[in-house]
Design a protein around this ligand. Structure first.
Ligand SMILES: [Cu+2]
Length: 217
């Protein structure tokens, strides 16, 4: 579960883990107390109902502690959001076009591909736009996801920290062949990436051929 491969993985995983642990703790505590009270105050042992008056200490405690916990959750979410919203200056920029039902990646030198190729340990900025409906660009292993709209330019950035090939998905149901938008991001050593980028041979490793797929039915 905690095997992210980008600069954001740690903070996203921590926010998730913190929320999960707090939620499990209170689930167990509250369920346990409920069962305890059901047994303790059951009708046979307490044939005569009594009125319970307020307890200021308890009421303040169960208001203040959850408020602090929720603010901590908000804080980690906010810090992560701010980090993701501001790309560093020296990024590699790639244009990402979403359409029914494929992604197109265009590099600064004009090269275009269906799969995404990036160098390791280098900040990459993706400029996202859609030609038709709403999509969402999602790389689970990098812990990044952003909606992509037809009428807006949006941005997402990351720094890959691990070599390899990881899933890209569209995370917004965008029509019948939504699942065709599954693809791969390939993280390469920096020198290998430069060579790849400047090779003009047509990209033979691309996975999608949407024309074949959509007419193949
Ligand atoms: Cu889509």
């Amino acid at each position: 579960m905690f095997n992210g491969a980008s600069n954001f993985a740690k903070e996203v995983d921590f926010a998730f883990l913190f929320t999960l642990v707090v939620s499990i703790f209170f689930l167990v505590l509250i369920t346990g107390l409920m069962i305890y009270f059901v047994v303790k105050y059951n009708r046979k042992r307490n044939p005569k109902a009594t009125n319970v008056h307020s307890n200021v200490f308890l009421e303040v405690t169960w208001t203040v502690i959850p408020t602090i916990l929720v603010l901590i959750m908000f804080w980690y979410g906010w810090v992560g959001y701010v980090d993701m919203s501001e790309a560093p200056k020296d990024t590699l920029n790639i244009d990402v076009t979403a359409q029914m039902w494929k992604w197109t990646f265009k590099y600064e030198n004009g090269k275009t591909t269906d799969s995404l190729y990036v160098p390791v340990d280098k900040p990459v900025k993706l400029n996202l736009h859609s030609l038709d409906v709403n999509h969402a660009f999602y790389i689970p292993k990098f812990r990044i996801k952003k909606d992509v709209y037809p009428n807006q330019q949006r941005m997402i950035w990351f720094e890959a920290k691990e070599l390899g090939s990881f899933d890209i998905a569209c995370a917004e149901y965008c029509g019948l062949n939504h699942s065709y938008m599954y693809n791969k991001v390939k993280v390469m050593p920096q020198e290998e990436f430069s060579v790849w980028l400047n090779t003009t041979v047509p990209d033979s490793t691309t996975k999608n051929d949407s024309t074949n797929k959509s007419t193949g039915k």
